[in-house]
Design a protein around this ligand. Structure first.
Ligand SMILES: Cc1cc2nc3c(=O)[nH]c(=O)nc-3n(C[C@H](O)[C@H](O)[C@H](O)COP(=O)(O)OP(=O)(O)OC[C@H]3O[C@@H](n4cnc5c(N)ncnc54)[C@H](O)[C@@H]3O)c2cc1C
Ligand SMILES: *[C@@H]1O[C@H](CO)[C@@H](O)[C@H](O)[C@H]1NC(C)=O
Ligand SMILES: *[C@@H]1O[C@H](CO)[C@@H](O)[C@H](O)[C@H]1NC(C)=O
Ligand SMILES: *[C@@H]1O[C@H](CO)[C@@H](O)[C@H](O)[C@H]1NC(C)=O
Length: 513
């Protein structure tokens, strides 16, 4: 057993302070940090992770007058999965988004506004209207092949999938996978064109397959973001082409209220210890930070791995919730060519015999995006993403080029000037791209994923959002809501926090005697 795995935090009273002095179970004082010895904490709230949820939680605390917080972030900058990169040959470099790129849903009339849209306007993010459902060219391995009819049918089938999930609710029928839903509405893909079209509507949004996804939760998530009739923002998708990077949205926001001393960048957390008296985190370099409260905003994928250790270990209800939700992967593979040789539409769909093999192509060398850039990218998801992450870049590049050569049989396609893709799944700071709700994930699991473990240890991030899991606005809403609750707790001198269910027991495959 690891020496510190039974770390206890013993209360001591000294010159009027009650504070936590960590000791080993042997009772011997564990002299971790000088700050612990003089009875002061480094800060009141440690916010772990400087993505959208972490920065927004800080903002909520700040607005409530709680300014004694510190953000601890492993990377050298804020933004998290809002990640941009300089891409291109020398002299032809552009900022491209390897992570989030769209404001998904804006606002309809006086309806609910997407808070990411509000931030984008506030910080003058340059965006363009994206028409990915309308502006598309279709291909297979013989070249340009028109299967627009199939594509349009797949859009209607997705809408029926979402609508019929709605009809199940008043009847209180149980959840199923989106695959079962598709089959029940009579949508059974057979040809590679059917499969590619369905992939475009479904996997390309959720980052996982219909088999792995809850029919009800995916329908609600879609509606709450896009459908104004169901409380959503709007059907608009705005694509950032801002050369500061889409991350400017949250970095500019952070600059407006966070001081440099409230930020610890390049600081990787390895252990999170809490007790009834307070919290202590240990960084990879061995240094220790102490606080009264800790808010963990690491991705679901990070929580599912053993990159960060919790002391004491997280309770079973929390671990069950963490492992019941799915982390999907969404990988954009960027290529830059001396010049554009491809379609003039915004998008292209390639139908391979294998579902999910280099299917969705997006042109950045387009009058509305980065004209003259020579940049195109292709997106893969799920198991296919994991597969290519384990290959060498040059192997992936070869595969992508052979697909392009079959899509454009009459064109000489040169070696790209530049090639890049981010390995989200193997990255210990992310372990995937965004979360997705499987059919076996129940409402109680969702509440448990979101709930604080005790008064000291809180959680927020896109994955804890019931309505908007997966999206930037999910991360924002959770940061804001949990931040407000934490502020209330602090101002009230303590609290119980959010309720959890000790044992989720409402679903069994069958009742045994
Ligand atoms: C490829 C891709 C495309 C996407 N496209 C869109 C889109 O177009 N529109 C949209 O709305 N959403 C999109 N998303 C989802 C969106 O990016 C996320 O929902 C959102 O950014 C999550 O924010 P967060 O604060 O919850 O988590 P994160 O951004 O993951 O923040 C957590 C932070 O914790 C840090 N961290 C992790 N481990 C440690 C550690 N041990 N120590 C210290 N720090 C640590 C990480 O570096 C990170 O900065 C996309 C995501 C990806 C990956
Ligand atoms: C973080 O690390 C990077 C790369 O080593 C470095 O350039 C940067 O200055 C560091 N930032 C801080 C705030 O320490
Ligand atoms: C999307 O459609 C709008 C309205 O028709 C148009 O102004 C815009 O140029 C289109 N954008 C792209 C990328 O095709
Ligand atoms: C989604 O919205 C549509 C349009 O308002 C509605 O018909 C459908 O029932 C909704 N689906 C769900 C699951 O709520």
């Amino acid at each position: 057993m690891h020496l510190t795995s039974y770390l206890l935090l013993a209360p001591l009273v000294l010159t009027g302070y009650t504070f936590a002095l960590p000791v080993h179970s042997s009772g011997q004082a564990f002299l971790a940090a000088p700050s612990t010895l003089d009875g002061r904490r480094d800060t009141k709230v440690l916010i772990l992770g400087g993505g959208v949820a972490g920065v927004t939680a800080a903002r909520a605390l700040y607005e409530q007058g709680v300014t004694d917080f510190m953000i601890v972030e492993a990377r050298g900058e804020l933004g998290g999965r809002l990640t941009s990169q300089t891409f291109g040959a020398p002299g032809r470099q552009y900022t491209v988004e390897v992570g989030a790129n769209w404001v998904q849903g804006t606002q309809t009339g006086g309806g609910t506004e997407n808070p990411i849209w509000a931030l984008a306007k506030k910080h003058n993010i340059i965006t363009r209207q994206s028409n990915f459902s309308e502006s598309i060219t279709t291909y297979d391995d013989t070249g340009d092949v028109d299967f627009q009819d199939t594509f349009i049918t797949s859009k209607k089938q997705f809408d029926r999938l979402v609508a019929s999930a709605g009809r199940r609710v008043p009847k209180r029928l149980v959840d199923m996978t989106a695959r079962s839903g598709y089959s029940l509405i009579g949508s059974i893909p057979e040809s590679r064109y059917d499969m590619a079209s369905e992939y475009y509507q479904f996997d390309w949004e959720f980052g996982t397959t219909p088999e792995e996804t809850s029919w009800l939760a995916s329908s609600w998530a879609h509606n709450y973001t896009f459908s104004p009739e169901s409380g959503g923002f709007s059907y608009d998708n705005l694509f950032s082409v801002d050369q500061r990077g889409f991350k400017a949205l949250i970095q500019e926001e952070a600059r407006s209220f966070i001081t440099p001393t409230q930020l610890r960048l390049n600081a990787t957390v390895s252990v999170i210890s809490t007790s009834m008296y307070g919290a202590q985190i240990t960084l990879a370099d061995g240094s220790v930070l102490t606080s009264d409260y800790v808010l963990c905003t690491f991705s679901l994928g990070v929580l599912q791995h053993t990159d960060v250790r919790f002391e004491p270990p997280l309770p079973i209800w929390k671990r069950e919730a963490i492992h019941s939700m799915t982390m999907g992967t969404y990988t954009k593979i960027f290529l830059q060519f001396p010049e554009k040789f491809w379609f003039d539409t915004e998008m292209a769909l390639y139908a391979d015999y294998e579902r999910g093999r280099y299917p969705v192509w997006q042109s950045l060398d387009h009058p509305d995006f980065l004209p003259g850039s020579g940049i195109i990218f292709v997106t893969v998801t799920g198991e296919f993403s994991k597969r290519i992450e384990s290959l060498q870049d040059v192997q992936v590049e070869d595969e992508v080029l052979s697909v392009l050569r079959s899509m454009f049989p009459d064109t000489h396609i040169p070696k790209p000037l530049n090639f890049y893709f981010q390995r989200w799944h193997s990255d210990p700071l992310f372990r995937g791209s965004y979360s997705n709700w499987p059919a076996s994930f129940l409402s109680e699991h969702q509440g448990n994923l979101r709930a604080n473990v005790d008064e000291r240890l809180w959680f927020a991030g896109e994955a804890t959002s019931r309505k908007y899991f997966g999206f930037l606005h999910g991360a924002y809403s959770e940061g804001w809501d949990i931040g407000l609750r934490l502020a209330e707790c602090i101002r009230g001198g303590g609290c119980v926090g959010l309720e959890h269910v000790d044992q989720v027991r409402n679903a069994r495959p069958y009742v045994s005697s």
